[in-house]
Design a protein around this ligand. Structure first.
Ligand code: GDP
Ligand code: ZN
Length: 424
């Protein structure tokens, strides 16, 4: 037994190590620090050494620290930051992005995303909205000049351009993955993709299942449905994720879970991830009354010039927390991820020592992960999710509870194509 444990640890250590290495590489690709935005290579080299000093010089020269609150096509809303780096939502600015950033080749859909930390120059007289019309707002203006490297991000492959990342959230402390038990049903495929991202980024994740009131309706929730629901939820609890079942409409009926949620949010920058219509806004609203009691702030100022919630928005919650609401995510295609990194992101795979170094845990004979699935130590559903992500299958809108079935069908179709190609 002891020997097996040692093996387990060795295996997870190896996984963690390769994960570390890949993360480092990724960070250096992503490592968009303040400097490489506009400096010559010589200046860049010099700056590396004196980063802090350089930033201080920029600040002395009149630039200010800000955090992106909302991103629109051409403009962003940002809040100044206090000395601890928390956004001060009453000090809102409407800013454009310095033009030179649009002229460079880029790997991401947007230059800055909600949660990004930037340096901006106040008052340069940019006064046009998305349609090129002069804007009509009382907010002070500025131009975003530089962005800092991110500590964390949640992203997908941009559905508009496969070569780009669509980063949805940046610099968060916690991901809250929200789904509803019914209307719409939980998309486990999407849930697993968000979980993989949080593991990759080493961000704690909490799963919130909303609308549990609908489980009381026998027409909607048949015994078979309920049984499946409870089985699926148990899988996540068993592997150590916190799952909170709540009713945002009648919060008193799930008081304990909501109190727990408040407790978890406290003092954190919280990223809400989830499909539209699952109740993210309702949950954010739930947290508000407390906030209005403790903070003297005119909400009208915050909402001035706001678009609909289709844009990401960083909302000021009660209890000193902030939340970032992702837009409704209709599809979620993860960028290519190899079997080693991916299996390390499935936390329940880690204890199983697979004898093959480069094993994809797919068709290989004698694979320990596959064996664990057969023996019921790893759930079939999660294993299928793993295969789906590995083979680059997108999560797509409209799959309902048949995500897995569709994934398998998609998988088979691809394999068929591949086999046919090999024959030729
Ligand atoms: P978002 O798109 O994720 O921000 O979702 P919303 O907060 O806008 O909620 C979508 C819909 O679900 C609205 O019609 C809400 O009234 C409804 N809803 C939210 N929470 C609950 C709940 O606990 N139970 C039920 N039955 N409906 C809810
Ligand atoms: Zn294997």
């Amino acid at each position: 037994m002891k020997g097996k444990r040692f093996l387990d640890e060795a295996k997870s250590f190896r996984d963690m190590k390769s994960l570390e290495k890949m993360k480092k590489e990724k960070r250096s690709v992503r490592g968009r620090t303040l400097d490489d935005w506009l400096l010559s290579p010589q200046e860049f080299k010099k700056l590396k050494k004196n980063f802090e000093e350089h930033v201080q010089q920029l600040v002395n020269g009149g630039l200010r620290y800000g955090r992106i609150i909302e991103v629109q096509k051409r403009n962003v809303f940002l809040a100044e930051e206090d000395e601890k780096g928390m956004p001060i939502t009453e000090n809102l600015w409407l800013c454009s992005i310095a033009k030179r950033h649009f002229q460079r080749a880029h790997k991401e859909r947007n230059f800055v995303v909600v949660g990004d930390r930037v340096l901006f120059a106040p008052d340069t007289g940019i006064e046009f909205d998305d349609d090129g019309e002069p804007t009509n707002t009382d907010l002070p203006r500025g131009v975003v000049q530089h962005a800092f490297a991110r500590t964390s991000q949640i992203s997908r492959q941009d559905p508009l351009n496969a070569a780009w990342d669509h980063v949805m959230l940046a610099n968060i402390d916690l991901v809250v993955i929200v789904a509803s038990v019914l209307h719409p049903e939980v998309r486990f495929g999407l849930l697993d993709r968000f979980l993989v991202q949080s593991e990759q980024e080493e961000l704690p994740a909490v799963i919130v299942l909303n609308k549990v009131d609908l489980l009381q309706n026998p027409k909607l929730a048949t015994p078979a449905f309920l049984q499946n629901y409870h089985n699926r939820i148990k899988i996540y609890r068993d592997i150590g994720y916190e799952v909170l079942e709540i009713c945002a409409l009648k919060p008193k009926t799930t008081k304990e879970a909501i109190t727990r949620l408040r407790q978890i949010f406290k003092g954190k920058i919280v990223g809400f991830a989830g499909h539209s219509g699952v109740g993210k806004s309702s949950i954010v609203n739930l947290m508000k009354p407390e906030f209005e009691q403790i903070v003297d702030e005119d909400p009208a100022i915050f909402y001035k010039g706001r678009h609909t919630t289709t844009y990401n928005s960083l909302l000021h919650l009660g209890i000193g927390a902030y939340a970032i609401d992702t837009p409704g995510v209709r599809s979620f295609h993860m960028k290519g991820i190899g079997p080693q990194e991916l299996s390390a992101c499935f936390r329940e795979f880690r204890p199983f020592a697979c004898m093959y170094r480069e094993c994809a845990h797919d068709k290989e004979e004698g694979c320990a992960i596959k064996k664990a699935v057969q023996e019921g130590q790893i759930s079939r559903e999660r294993y299928r999710s793993y295969l789906g992500i590995l083979k680059g299958i997108s999560f797509r809108e409209g799959e309902g509870d048949d995500t897995d079935a569709l994934m398998i069908a998609d998988l088979k179709a691809r394999e068929q194509v591949r086999d046919n190609n090999n024959k030729e």
